[in-house]
Design a protein around this ligand. Structure first.
Ligand code: SF4
Ligand code: F3S
Length: 104
């Protein structure tokens, strides 16, 4: 599966939802997650994310993000249509430790 990671938080550009062939993105207040059981590993979303927040879970160090994606995909609503990103999205692009600071 692919997973959404830290840099999505407060950027939430939503380009990813438009390209997913199985509509497996789920929306929280300030980030999206992928449902790992629904993702078919096609990889098309990865280059679409301007924040480079989407990664294959085969990359090392992503255990925490696999857990976050798994847990919240069950709780949050599905999203398939892109809206405008937050007005200050660019400001948060590349900031580190966003999960600890802002996740909700
Ligand atoms: Fe959707 Fe493909 Fe991305 Fe998985 S890898 S979330 S199936 S676009
Ligand atoms: Fe987040 Fe990137 Fe999608 S910032 S909402 S994973 S396009």
């Amino acid at each position: 599966t692919y997973v959404v990671t830290d840099n999505c938080i407060k950027c939430k550009f939503m380009d990813c939802v438009e390209v997913c062939p199985v509509d497996c993105f789920y929306e929280g207040d300030n980030m999206l997650v992928i449902h790992p059981d629904e993702c078919i590993d096609c990889g098309v979303c990865e280059p679409e994310c301007p924040a480079e927040a989407i990664k294959p879970d085969t990359e090392p160090g992503l255990d925490k993000w696999l857990k976050v994606n798994t847990q919240y995909a069950e709780l949050w609503p599905n999203i398939t249509i892109k809206r405008d990103p937050p007005a200050d999205a660019e400001k948060y692009d590349g900031e580190t430790g966003k999960f600890e600071k802002y996740f909700s």
